[in-house]
Design a protein around this ligand. Sequence first.
Ligand SMILES: *Cc1c(COP(=O)(O)O)cnc(C)c1O
Length: 435
Amino acid sequence: MKKSPQPSATRSDFPIYKKMESRVRTYSRAMPREFTTAEGPWMTDDQGGRYLDFLSGCSTLNYGHNHPVLRDALLEYIREDGIAHSLDLHTRAKAAFLTELNSTILEPRGLSFKAMFTGPTGTNAVEAALKLARKITGRQHVIAFTNGFHGMTLGALACTGNTGKRGGAGIPLTHVSHEPYDGYFGEDVDTAELLQQRLSDPSSGLDAPAAFLVETVQGEGGLNVASAKWLRKIARIAKEHGALLIIDDIQAGCGRTGHFFSFEQAGIAPDIVTLAKSLSGMGLPFALTLFKPDLDVWEPGEHNGTFRGNCHAFVTATAALRHFWRNENFQQDIRRRSDILKSGLEQIASRYGELASVKGRGMMRGIDVGSGKLASEITAAAFDKGIIIETSGPHDEVVKVLAPLTIDDEILANGLALLADAFDEVMTPAYGAAA
Ligand SMILES: *Cc1c(COP(=O)(O)O)cnc(C)c1O
């Protein structure tokens, strides 16, 4: 490894943020530094400290920070007076993105989707998906799943499981039920079968659903993975009961699980797909709702927004599809790095027996230590070693690694070695001889 992380000394006083920024801030509490520049998997703070980014903006920076190909495409576009904002007027940047999305991603996968540019955040893509499903079916009820996370606006929040987040709504969150996700009751209970039984029973009390809203890997919910078999069954049940299948691929998509879409390996064809986070490839806000062409029943302007299709994001997203996804090797690279990540985490977990287990899929994996307190102590210890990393799960009990997909194999392995030290520092005293 050429460059090793060197975190700066703790600096706890940030008067301007304390004075001006709302208490609602989160990540900056656990990582109290002022960051200035970033490149690839590295972030630098104002004291010159270097950090290895194992958070990647929650999977928004799958290609790392400021990838030169994406950055240069954007700089050139701006220098040539390319249009920054156009509402939804036609622009060359938009045409290039749609063309590239179709030829590089959709057509080779045998997928045919209409693309709807929503407001720039993931939650907006989810809102659009929910509205569309309700409009098409004339039904109100939506089936979401335990530990699901879909965003903070009211429609998407109603589909989100987390009590703390739901509490912020201030009004009842209705018209959604949260059915047990794959594995919720352990390996022996087929939760798809339970759902099928209840939907087929006219007296179960479960209203006919407009849609099923599913993550194939629950990013915020603790890296729970739905099996391909369960996903296929859920897809079949949705169809049988006249509900549309929405895959929320906002965190798991754009290569995070090894393929562009996280549902590819299950061989299902969702009716609606939401994308955001890494879609622009460079951290620029950009969200997209894709749906089968025959579902395009919108009236012009029925779902609207000022920032629909950020032209700068079109440019970087197009460059990312061209640079990474036209090239078969990229998916092989992700698979190889996923193996490094998996075996590195398994090695760490194996030292603590029953007390730690590896979860997740692809480059979206972590270690469940069964306690939010321990997990946050581990991420704090890792931060002291120069690793930016967060927790996930209902009790924040999973230490989650979301390294850039482009990270150098050796840098990844070295980061995992530092993470192993952080685990050791926390787990060994916590469990003594048991660990
Ligand atoms: C992050 C996320 C969202 C919400 O996206 P925002 O851009 O934060 O609104 C929705 N669904 C999933 C699966 C996510 O990870």
